[in-house]
Design a protein around this ligand. Structure first.
Ligand SMILES: CC(C)(COP(=O)(O)OP(=O)(O)OC[C@H]1O[C@@H](n2cnc3c(N)ncnc32)[C@H](O)[C@@H]1OP(=O)(O)O)[C@@H](O)C(=O)NCCC(=O)NCCS
Length: 251
């Protein structure tokens, strides 16, 4: 049975058990003091990436997203956020190499002011969020969506929303597989399905679900396990505090 449970506070974090998926969202704004504190827990490589952003707003979003990822991970792994070491697949998907006794898998997506994070044990996971925008995306759909998806899109009333629904679902799968856009987006089809959709990609079955996280965004989750239980924490207006770190140790 499928259920999405919205958790009221960060204090209600529960252990992540086999077969479960935890999803978190965060609002990517911070005071200058918070930004400074969050920058300090990033690695030298992440700090260097942050420094390369031209616009302060983009730099701040990057810092908050990556510091929040470290803060959430530190709660699962029981290690300080600054000590988490990421490794990267050949297609740049980040994963945990050390201090990861139960093979915690994660994925991150950010769009405008929203970041979403997904965590599970021992299975590949991908998440994607896209802000629904005004512009028309017909040419992008023709270029990147499959003929079937383009036909489906023509059948629905709200094509703008439909475009982002399909895009986020396609990106979530591609991100779960981890091969990025080396998998041509037009080579497979997803649907507008409200429930769980299963499809095969790269010789593996994948489970796909859109999540109603924020009305202005389309968000989708994909994994190579049957998605059954998704628990959700919203960090909007309550960035994880640095002194909360490792209080829960939930693995
Ligand atoms: C990873 C990718 C598939 C998605 O990127 P995106 O949708 O732009 O960005 P998201 O915010 O959802 O995800 C980025 C995060 O995913 C993670 N990531 C990076 N490479 C990844 C990969 N190969 N697989 C899974 N996750 C990856 C990183 O944590 C990254 O965060 P960072 O950039 O802050 O370090 C990327 O390859 C890409 O280039 N996308 C372009 C999208 C596009 O052009 N679509 C055409 C229209 S349909």
């Amino acid at each position: 049975m499928l259920y999405l449970i919205a958790m009221p506070t960060i204090e209600s974090i529960m252990p992540l058990t086999q077969g479960e998926i935890h999803v978190w969202s965060a609002h990517l704004t911070a005071t200058p003091e918070q930004e400074h504190q969050h920058l300090a827990i990033l690695s030298a490589a992440e700090q260097a990436r942050a420094a390369r952003f031209h616009f302060p707003m983009h730099r701040q979003r990057f810092i908050v997203a990556h510091a929040t990822l470290r803060l959430i991970l530190s709660n699962y792994l029981c290690i300080p956020p600054s000590e988490i070491i990421f490794a990267y697949s050949p297609h740049h998907k980040p994963y945990l190499e050390s201090a990861n006794p139960r093979l915690l898998q994660f994925n991150l997506s950010h769009s405008h002011e929203l970041a979403v994070f997904a965590f599970t044990l021992e299975h590949a996971i991908g998440i994607d969020t896209e802000k629904v925008q005004e512009a028309s995306h017909e040419s992008i759909a023709l270029r990147y969506f499959s003929p079937q998806e383009n036909r489906d899109l023509q059948q629905i009333e709200n094509r703008r929303r439909g475009f982002y629904r399909l895009w986020s679902r396609k990106e979530a799968i591609v991100k779960a597989v981890g091969k990025g856009l080396s998998i041509p987006l037009s080579s497979f089809s997803v649907s507008f399905n409200e429930g769980i959709e299963t499809l095969e990609l790269e010789n593996e079955p994948w489970s796909l679900l859109s999540l109603p996280i924020h009305q202005d965004y389309e968000t989708a989750l994909a994994s190579n396990q049957t998605i059954e239980k998704v628990s959700y924490w919203q960090l909007i207006d309550q960035l994880p505090k640095l002194d909360n770190v490792s209080r829960f140790c939930k693995l």
